[in-house]
Design a protein around this ligand. Sequence first.
Ligand code: AMP
Ligand code: MG
Length: 313
Amino acid sequence: MIPTSTDPSTVAEAAAILRAGRLCAFATETVYGLGADATNADAVLSIYETKGRPRFNPLIIHCADLAMAETVAEFSPFARKVAALWPASLTLVLPARPNNGLADVATAGLDTVAIRIPDHPIALDLIRAVGRPLAAPSANPSGRLSPTTADQVRQGFGGRVPVLDGGPCQAGVESTILRIQGERLVQLRAGAVAREEVERALGVEVAVAAGDAAIAAPGMLASHYAPNAQMRLNSGPREEEAYLAFGAAPQFAGIVRNLSPSGDLREAARNLFSMLHELDAMGVGTIAVAPIPDEGLGEAINDRLRRAAAPRG
Ligand code: AMP
Ligand code: MG
């Protein structure tokens, strides 16, 4: 029997679930989000497991107000002008603030972060009550339609995820994503707020990301996280290489980081981005990577490793 979860009946109950590192779906004005504390790597990894998402892509970080947003990203004066449109179905991609506390798996190890202040009173109350930014991709199993009612969320996940019901979503489509580059705006994803609406409100032109860049969210680009080192996957280490191990590692005299000595995929996912960055920062020529089982979170780990190893264009 599928264990069914009890839905929170108040914002405070939902906030308690999220603060405890568990998932809770909630209404926003776009679609229902599958919420997790964005500062808690385990909570964010549960999003991937629950959705059955086969790859790590950077998630939108939902904030309650500008003060919270400023703790995770750097705002230029121009960015502040654009942010004055919040709360809105508008996501802004900004430089991440160093040591912002966000889990690597929430931003896919990028040095930029996509942020939004949703235009929904219950969502805002919830984020405020949690007191931390929330990662919240659409609350549907991977590959299925985004839910716009609490019942659709319950059906999609077979009742396994608690839902804070906030009524049907007004917009019913995902947020518009804009990247801020200097004083320019580039639309990465069309969504609930029309480009022209932003142009009219700000008196600034909004360019459209060319061809593939628009569809190919950064998490999808083949070499999106490209280490300087060469990567050799599914193997043991050779002399002069650094080794990213998983499980029981072979004897090796060189530099080794172990994603999970006990062979736990969740622990490996938690360590993936930081260990890759760490080994790459040592300036080694090649990072050899142990085979990782292609099941559960292993699928997303392998996807990310293949992208890191892909030839760069
Ligand atoms: P969601 O699944 O609703 O959280 O939306 C995630 C999408 O936001 C990704 O697929 C990207 O298109 C976009 N996104 C998130 N972070 C970034 C970023 N740092 N740079 C560009 N786009 C981003
Ligand atoms: Mg979705």
